[in-house]
Design a binder for this molecule. Structure first.
Ligand code: NAP
Length: 260
Protein backbone atom coordinates (compact mmCIF):
# COMPACT_ATOMS: atom_id res chain seq x y z
CA UNK A 1 0.00 0.00 0.00
CA UNK A 2 1.04 3.57 -0.65
CA UNK A 3 2.42 5.14 2.52
CA UNK A 4 -0.14 7.34 4.23
CA UNK A 5 -3.10 5.76 2.46
CA UNK A 6 -5.26 3.50 4.60
CA UNK A 7 -8.19 1.40 3.49
CA UNK A 8 -10.57 0.71 6.36
CA UNK A 9 -13.23 -1.97 5.86
CA UNK A 10 -14.37 -1.92 9.49
CA UNK A 11 -17.91 -3.30 9.74
CA UNK A 12 -17.72 -5.18 6.44
CA UNK A 13 -18.08 -8.96 6.25
CA UNK A 14 -16.17 -10.58 3.41
CA UNK A 15 -16.63 -14.09 2.06
CA UNK A 16 -13.56 -15.20 0.09
CA UNK A 17 -14.01 -18.54 -1.63
CA UNK A 18 -11.01 -20.82 -2.08
CA UNK A 19 -8.88 -19.05 0.52
CA UNK A 20 -7.00 -22.05 1.95
CA UNK A 21 -4.06 -21.25 -0.32
CA UNK A 22 -2.73 -19.23 -3.23
CA UNK A 23 -4.54 -16.12 -4.40
CA UNK A 24 -7.56 -16.58 -2.12
CA UNK A 25 -5.38 -16.86 1.01
CA UNK A 26 -3.66 -13.58 0.12
CA UNK A 27 -7.01 -11.86 -0.52
CA UNK A 28 -8.28 -13.09 2.86
CA UNK A 29 -5.14 -11.75 4.60
CA UNK A 30 -5.38 -8.43 2.78
CA UNK A 31 -9.07 -7.85 3.58
CA UNK A 32 -8.51 -8.89 7.21
CA UNK A 33 -5.58 -6.44 7.43
CA UNK A 34 -8.01 -3.75 6.23
CA UNK A 35 -10.29 -4.62 9.20
CA UNK A 36 -12.92 -6.66 7.37
CA UNK A 37 -14.32 -9.71 9.15
CA UNK A 38 -13.39 -12.57 6.86
CA UNK A 39 -15.15 -15.85 6.18
CA UNK A 40 -12.40 -18.11 4.93
CA UNK A 41 -13.91 -20.71 2.64
CA UNK A 42 -12.05 -23.76 1.41
CA UNK A 43 -12.62 -27.19 -0.09
CA UNK A 44 -10.40 -30.01 1.14
CA UNK A 45 -7.25 -28.32 2.47
CA UNK A 46 -8.23 -28.27 6.15
CA UNK A 47 -4.72 -27.83 7.57
CA UNK A 48 -3.80 -25.13 5.06
CA UNK A 49 -7.01 -23.23 5.81
CA UNK A 50 -6.34 -23.40 9.55
CA UNK A 51 -2.81 -22.11 8.95
CA UNK A 52 -4.11 -19.13 6.94
CA UNK A 53 -6.62 -18.34 9.70
CA UNK A 54 -3.88 -18.62 12.34
CA UNK A 55 -1.60 -16.27 10.37
CA UNK A 56 -4.40 -13.68 10.23
CA UNK A 57 -5.04 -13.91 13.97
CA UNK A 58 -1.27 -13.86 14.71
CA UNK A 59 -1.00 -10.60 12.76
CA UNK A 60 -3.47 -9.08 15.24
CA UNK A 61 -6.58 -9.15 13.05
CA UNK A 62 -9.99 -10.63 13.84
CA UNK A 63 -9.94 -14.42 13.55
CA UNK A 64 -11.68 -15.59 10.36
CA UNK A 65 -14.61 -17.96 10.30
CA UNK A 66 -13.59 -21.20 8.58
CA UNK A 67 -16.15 -22.96 6.38
CA UNK A 68 -15.47 -25.95 4.14
CA UNK A 69 -17.79 -26.63 1.19
CA UNK A 70 -17.61 -28.06 -2.31
CA UNK A 71 -18.62 -25.06 -4.41
CA UNK A 72 -19.35 -27.37 -7.32
CA UNK A 73 -22.52 -28.49 -5.49
CA UNK A 74 -25.56 -26.28 -5.06
CA UNK A 75 -26.57 -27.70 -1.65
CA UNK A 76 -23.04 -27.07 -0.36
CA UNK A 77 -23.16 -23.46 -1.59
CA UNK A 78 -26.42 -22.88 0.27
CA UNK A 79 -24.92 -24.35 3.44
CA UNK A 80 -21.80 -22.21 3.01
CA UNK A 81 -23.89 -19.05 2.69
CA UNK A 82 -26.04 -20.05 5.69
CA UNK A 83 -23.08 -20.86 7.93
CA UNK A 84 -21.33 -17.59 7.10
CA UNK A 85 -24.50 -15.58 7.72
CA UNK A 86 -25.14 -17.34 11.03
CA UNK A 87 -21.51 -17.23 12.13
CA UNK A 88 -20.48 -13.70 11.15
CA UNK A 89 -23.44 -11.98 9.52
CA UNK A 90 -24.44 -11.55 5.88
CA UNK A 91 -21.46 -10.87 3.61
CA UNK A 92 -21.42 -7.48 1.91
CA UNK A 93 -18.18 -8.38 0.12
CA UNK A 94 -18.07 -11.56 -1.96
CA UNK A 95 -14.89 -12.63 -3.71
CA UNK A 96 -15.54 -15.54 -6.09
CA UNK A 97 -12.02 -16.95 -6.22
CA UNK A 98 -12.39 -20.74 -5.83
CA UNK A 99 -11.61 -22.39 -9.11
CA UNK A 100 -9.40 -24.83 -10.88
CA UNK A 101 -7.65 -25.43 -14.16
CA UNK A 102 -7.13 -28.73 -15.92
CA UNK A 103 -6.38 -29.82 -19.48
CA UNK A 104 -9.47 -30.77 -21.48
CA UNK A 105 -8.54 -30.57 -25.15
CA UNK A 106 -10.86 -31.24 -28.07
CA UNK A 107 -8.53 -34.12 -29.01
CA UNK A 108 -9.83 -36.10 -26.00
CA UNK A 109 -10.97 -39.45 -27.48
CA UNK A 110 -13.86 -40.00 -25.07
CA UNK A 111 -16.70 -37.48 -25.44
CA UNK A 112 -18.23 -38.49 -22.09
CA UNK A 113 -14.93 -37.75 -20.29
CA UNK A 114 -14.64 -34.40 -22.10
CA UNK A 115 -18.20 -33.52 -21.12
CA UNK A 116 -17.77 -34.59 -17.48
CA UNK A 117 -14.69 -32.34 -17.14
CA UNK A 118 -16.48 -29.49 -18.96
CA UNK A 119 -19.44 -29.69 -16.54
CA UNK A 120 -17.26 -29.81 -13.45
CA UNK A 121 -15.27 -26.78 -14.58
CA UNK A 122 -18.45 -24.83 -15.25
CA UNK A 123 -19.99 -25.83 -11.91
CA UNK A 124 -16.94 -24.94 -9.80
CA UNK A 125 -15.66 -21.87 -11.65
CA UNK A 126 -18.78 -20.24 -13.08
CA UNK A 127 -22.04 -21.60 -11.68
CA UNK A 128 -20.76 -21.21 -8.12
CA UNK A 129 -19.94 -17.53 -8.76
CA UNK A 130 -23.45 -16.91 -10.08
CA UNK A 131 -25.18 -18.88 -7.32
CA UNK A 132 -23.17 -17.38 -4.43
CA UNK A 133 -23.75 -13.89 -5.87
CA UNK A 134 -27.47 -14.64 -6.04
CA UNK A 135 -27.49 -15.84 -2.43
CA UNK A 136 -25.59 -12.77 -1.18
CA UNK A 137 -27.59 -10.16 -3.11
CA UNK A 138 -30.69 -9.84 -0.87
CA UNK A 139 -28.66 -8.76 2.19
CA UNK A 140 -26.48 -6.47 0.07
CA UNK A 141 -29.62 -4.82 -1.32
CA UNK A 142 -31.03 -4.42 2.19
CA UNK A 143 -27.75 -2.77 3.25
CA UNK A 144 -27.63 -0.64 0.10
CA UNK A 145 -23.97 -1.62 -0.33
CA UNK A 146 -22.25 -4.63 -1.80
CA UNK A 147 -19.05 -5.53 -3.59
CA UNK A 148 -18.77 -8.64 -5.77
CA UNK A 149 -15.40 -9.53 -7.29
CA UNK A 150 -14.73 -12.38 -9.70
CA UNK A 151 -11.22 -13.78 -9.94
CA UNK A 152 -11.34 -14.55 -13.64
CA UNK A 153 -8.24 -14.90 -15.83
CA UNK A 154 -6.38 -13.67 -18.87
CA UNK A 155 -7.84 -16.83 -20.44
CA UNK A 156 -11.24 -15.09 -20.47
CA UNK A 157 -10.05 -13.15 -23.53
CA UNK A 158 -7.90 -15.75 -25.27
CA UNK A 159 -8.70 -18.69 -27.47
CA UNK A 160 -7.24 -21.51 -25.36
CA UNK A 161 -6.74 -24.89 -27.03
CA UNK A 162 -5.58 -27.01 -24.04
CA UNK A 163 -8.32 -25.91 -21.67
CA UNK A 164 -11.30 -24.41 -23.55
CA UNK A 165 -13.68 -25.14 -20.66
CA UNK A 166 -11.52 -23.10 -18.27
CA UNK A 167 -11.30 -20.19 -20.73
CA UNK A 168 -15.06 -20.22 -21.34
CA UNK A 169 -15.79 -20.38 -17.59
CA UNK A 170 -13.57 -17.33 -17.01
CA UNK A 171 -15.14 -15.43 -19.93
CA UNK A 172 -18.47 -16.26 -18.32
CA UNK A 173 -17.30 -14.76 -15.03
CA UNK A 174 -16.37 -11.51 -16.78
CA UNK A 175 -19.80 -11.21 -18.35
CA UNK A 176 -21.46 -12.32 -15.10
CA UNK A 177 -19.85 -9.30 -13.43
CA UNK A 178 -21.23 -7.07 -16.19
CA UNK A 179 -24.75 -8.50 -15.87
CA UNK A 180 -24.65 -8.02 -12.10
CA UNK A 181 -23.24 -4.50 -12.47
CA UNK A 182 -26.10 -3.45 -14.70
CA UNK A 183 -28.75 -5.13 -12.57
CA UNK A 184 -27.51 -3.98 -9.16
CA UNK A 185 -25.83 -0.60 -9.68
CA UNK A 186 -28.87 1.41 -8.59
CA UNK A 187 -28.89 -0.59 -5.33
CA UNK A 188 -25.36 0.39 -4.35
CA UNK A 189 -23.81 -2.92 -5.39
CA UNK A 190 -20.82 -3.13 -7.73
CA UNK A 191 -19.54 -6.21 -9.55
CA UNK A 192 -16.19 -6.48 -11.26
CA UNK A 193 -13.61 -8.99 -12.42
CA UNK A 194 -9.86 -9.26 -11.98
CA UNK A 195 -8.17 -11.11 -14.83
CA UNK A 196 -4.67 -12.26 -13.90
CA UNK A 197 -2.17 -13.85 -16.21
CA UNK A 198 0.23 -16.25 -14.52
CA UNK A 199 0.29 -15.92 -10.74
CA UNK A 200 2.95 -17.62 -8.63
CA UNK A 201 0.96 -20.23 -6.67
CA UNK A 202 1.26 -23.95 -5.94
CA UNK A 203 -1.39 -24.64 -8.59
CA UNK A 204 0.97 -23.57 -11.39
CA UNK A 205 4.36 -24.31 -9.79
CA UNK A 206 5.37 -26.88 -12.42
CA UNK A 207 4.32 -24.67 -15.34
CA UNK A 208 6.43 -21.83 -13.96
CA UNK A 209 9.60 -23.77 -13.21
CA UNK A 210 12.53 -24.65 -15.46
CA UNK A 211 12.60 -23.90 -19.17
CA UNK A 212 8.81 -23.62 -19.45
CA UNK A 213 8.81 -20.99 -16.72
CA UNK A 214 11.58 -19.05 -18.44
CA UNK A 215 9.55 -19.05 -21.65
CA UNK A 216 6.49 -17.74 -19.80
CA UNK A 217 8.50 -14.92 -18.23
CA UNK A 218 10.06 -14.01 -21.59
CA UNK A 219 6.56 -13.21 -22.89
CA UNK A 220 5.85 -10.77 -20.05
CA UNK A 221 7.09 -7.21 -20.65
CA UNK A 222 7.39 -6.63 -16.89
CA UNK A 223 9.65 -9.70 -16.73
CA UNK A 224 7.92 -11.55 -13.90
CA UNK A 225 4.72 -13.40 -13.17
CA UNK A 226 2.23 -11.82 -10.77
CA UNK A 227 2.53 -12.29 -7.04
CA UNK A 228 -0.59 -13.16 -5.08
CA UNK A 229 -0.28 -9.66 -3.56
CA UNK A 230 -0.63 -8.09 -7.03
CA UNK A 231 -4.05 -9.73 -7.32
CA UNK A 232 -5.09 -9.03 -3.73
CA UNK A 233 -4.25 -5.33 -4.15
CA UNK A 234 -6.55 -5.12 -7.19
CA UNK A 235 -9.33 -6.71 -5.14
CA UNK A 236 -8.67 -4.25 -2.32
CA UNK A 237 -9.03 -1.37 -4.77
CA UNK A 238 -12.39 -2.68 -6.01
CA UNK A 239 -13.91 -3.13 -2.54
CA UNK A 240 -12.46 0.10 -1.08
CA UNK A 241 -13.76 3.67 -1.49
CA UNK A 242 -10.97 4.14 -4.07
CA UNK A 243 -12.87 1.85 -6.44
CA UNK A 244 -16.39 3.02 -5.72
CA UNK A 245 -17.00 4.19 -9.33
CA UNK A 246 -15.77 0.95 -10.87
CA UNK A 247 -18.48 -1.47 -11.88
CA UNK A 248 -18.78 -3.95 -14.73
CA UNK A 249 -15.06 -3.73 -15.44
CA UNK A 250 -12.48 -6.45 -15.92
CA UNK A 251 -9.00 -5.48 -14.76
CA UNK A 252 -6.31 -7.16 -16.86
CA UNK A 253 -3.37 -8.01 -14.58
CA UNK A 254 -0.83 -9.77 -16.74
CA UNK A 255 2.33 -7.68 -16.76
CA UNK A 256 1.62 -6.70 -20.36
CA UNK A 257 1.67 -10.27 -21.68
CA UNK A 258 -1.75 -9.90 -23.30
CA UNK A 259 -2.77 -6.41 -24.32
CA UNK A 260 -6.20 -5.95 -25.82
N1 NAP B 1 -2.40 -19.14 -10.41
C1 NAP B 1 -2.61 -18.58 -11.59
O1 NAP B 1 -1.69 -18.48 -12.42
C2 NAP B 1 -3.97 -18.02 -11.92
C3 NAP B 1 -4.08 -17.17 -13.03
C4 NAP B 1 -5.32 -16.64 -13.37
C5 NAP B 1 -6.43 -16.94 -12.61
N2 NAP B 1 -6.31 -17.78 -11.53
C6 NAP B 1 -7.54 -18.07 -10.79
O2 NAP B 1 -7.39 -17.66 -9.45
C7 NAP B 1 -8.12 -18.52 -8.59
C8 NAP B 1 -7.19 -19.06 -7.51
O3 NAP B 1 -6.08 -19.68 -8.14
P1 NAP B 1 -4.85 -20.28 -7.30
O4 NAP B 1 -3.71 -20.37 -8.21
O5 NAP B 1 -4.72 -19.54 -6.01
O6 NAP B 1 -5.40 -21.75 -7.05
P2 NAP B 1 -5.05 -22.84 -5.93
O7 NAP B 1 -3.77 -22.53 -5.24
O8 NAP B 1 -5.21 -24.16 -6.60
O9 NAP B 1 -6.24 -22.65 -4.87
C9 NAP B 1 -7.55 -22.92 -5.28
C10 NAP B 1 -8.50 -22.68 -4.14
O10 NAP B 1 -9.82 -22.97 -4.60
C11 NAP B 1 -10.38 -23.98 -3.78
N3 NAP B 1 -11.22 -24.87 -4.58
C12 NAP B 1 -10.96 -25.42 -5.78
N4 NAP B 1 -11.98 -26.20 -6.17
C13 NAP B 1 -12.91 -26.16 -5.17
C14 NAP B 1 -14.17 -26.76 -4.96
N5 NAP B 1 -14.74 -27.59 -5.85
N6 NAP B 1 -14.83 -26.49 -3.81
C15 NAP B 1 -14.29 -25.68 -2.89
N7 NAP B 1 -13.09 -25.07 -3.02
C16 NAP B 1 -12.42 -25.32 -4.15
C17 NAP B 1 -9.21 -24.74 -3.16
O11 NAP B 1 -9.66 -25.31 -1.95
P3 NAP B 1 -8.97 -26.60 -1.25
O12 NAP B 1 -7.52 -26.62 -1.62
O13 NAP B 1 -9.20 -26.35 0.20
O14 NAP B 1 -9.71 -27.80 -1.74
C18 NAP B 1 -8.22 -23.59 -2.95
O15 NAP B 1 -8.52 -22.90 -1.77
C19 NAP B 1 -8.72 -19.60 -9.48
O16 NAP B 1 -10.06 -19.29 -9.79
C20 NAP B 1 -7.85 -19.56 -10.72
O17 NAP B 1 -8.54 -20.00 -11.88
C21 NAP B 1 -5.11 -18.31 -11.17
Amino acid sequence: MTKGLTVDLEGRIALVTGSSRGIGAEIARTLAAANARVALHYGKSHEAARAVAASIAAAGHAAPLLVSADVGREDERRRLHREVTEGLGAPSILVNNAGFYRQNAFEEPDDAAFLARWRETMAVNLESAAHLSFLCLPAMRAEGWGRIVMIASRSAFRAETDHPDYAVSKAGMVNLARCLARNEGARGITANAVCPGWVQTEAVRDALSGAAGAEVRAQIPLGRVASTADVANAVLYLVSPLGSYATGIAIPLNGGSYLH
